[in-house]
Design a protein around this ligand. Structure first.
Ligand SMILES: Nc1nc2c(ncn2[C@@H]2O[C@H](COP(=O)(O)OP(=O)(O)OP(=O)(O)O)[C@@H](O)[C@H]2O)c(=O)[nH]1
Ligand SMILES: [Mg+2]
Length: 329
């Protein structure tokens, strides 16, 4: 009989320690990888392609079940739109990680930023799994909009899907749920079904792999990049051409008068140079023409708000998506 890991959904096996799903004892509920993440914080990166993911989306599409479309507020990028285009089911938008932004920012700003996603949006809700905010509303909206007994959770990898489900299940179904969560991408590897009662089964899915910086750096560096608390934005008045450096992760060359605001983890060091510099030129170069009141999003790392339209050159790590959107804040 096939048994799946209750942490990540992968099929358990006792044959090959080097392959996914390995456990020494098939009576256990967790694979070795989930066990090590949970008990030792020992993250193991998994190479995954999106093919298996597209098959999961096809399965979801064949149903008319409600989808909780989870969006990480810190990482609203072009790839969120790409994923949205693949979902035809009715969607309850769940904007998560609200704790990463100051509480005096109106929620409506965030809601407005995603209202044009190409989805069949039935409603939206703002949550923070870290602060346990918005869960009453989330629960009641799930109950209000679900049409069948099954509700799927979909989003980019690392969006916070599994953390949200664990919280929801703990508080509203009085069950200790043990889906594995981690700050590295590709934690959930296959569908994880949690049957709560005869009327509701919640189904976690692996996130689609995007081009976040989380895919290209190690766990130690990622710990500093991921903001731990509300970001204190830093505004620079640009009067003459200059460069702003964020450690060895990002170089921003600015040429025209402007006001720019940086939203990055406050654990990262930023430095401004008023002269020509030649740092990080082996990294990937992006030349951007940014419209006024727009953000440059460096996927997973943060974003830069530009008040006026401008030409900007960015150097950042290879395979990290750099995109432009209307200013979030
Ligand atoms: N600050 C903050 N961090 C969160 C929140 N929810 C989740 N996280 C963090 O985001 C990271 C990813 O969380 P997961 O729940 O594993 O994300 P996922 O969407 O299930 O990821 P995959 O399984 O890889 O697709 C973890 O480091 C979580 O602690 C939140 O509300 N606020
Ligand atoms: Mg997950």
């Amino acid at each position: 009989m096939i048994k799946k890991c209750s942490g990540c959904g992968v099929v358990l096996q006792t044959e090959s320690p080097e392959l996914l799903g390995y456990t020494r004892n098939i009576d256990r509920d967790l694979c070795e990888r989930c066990f090590r993440i949970k008990h030792y914080g020992d993250y193991q990166i998994v190479e995954k392609d999106n093919e298996a993911y597209f098959n999961i989306l096809k399965k979801v599409e064949q149903t008319k079940d409600l989808v909780l479309f989870v969006i990480d507020l810190f990482n609203i990028n072009r790839e969120v739109y790409e994923l949205a285009q693949m979902i035809k089911n009715p969607c309850l938008l769940v904007l998560t990680k609200r704790d990463l932004f100051a509480s005096d920012i109106y929620d409506k700003k965030f809601m407005d930023a995603v209202k044009d996603l190409p989805l069949d949006i039935v409603d939206s809700v703002m949550i923070s799994s870290k602060n346990n905010r918005g869960f009453d509303e989330l629960y009641s909206k799930i109950m209000q909009y679900k049409k069948t007994n099954h509700v799927y959770v979909i989003g980019l990898t690392n969006a916070g899907k599994s953390t949200m489900l664990n919280q929801l299940i703990k508080h509203y179904f009085n069950k200790e749920c043990q889906i594995t969560t981690s700050m590295l991408p590709s934690t959930t590897l296959d569908m994880v079904e949690i049957k709560l009662d005869d009327n509701l089964t919640l189904i976690d899915t692996p996130g689609i792999l995007d081009h976040s910086i989380a895919n290209v750096i190690n766990a130690k560096d990622l710990k500093r990049i991921v903001p731990k608390k509300a970001i204190r934005p830093i505004t620079y008045q640009i009067k003459i051409p200059q460069t702003i450096m964020i450690e060895d992760l990002l170089r921003i060359d600015l040429f025209e008068k402007n006001n720019i605001t940086l939203f990055f983890s406050n654990q990262l060091n930023m430095k401004r140079y008023y002269k020509t510099v030649s740092f990080l030129e082996t990294l990937e170069k992006h030349e951007l023409d940014v419209p006024n009141n727009s953000d440059i999003v460096i996927s997973g790392l943060g974003f830069i708000k530009c008040s006026k339209s401008c030409h900007v050159i960015i150097y950042t790590l290879k395979n990290v998506e750099v995109s432009i959107r209307k200013a979030l804040i």
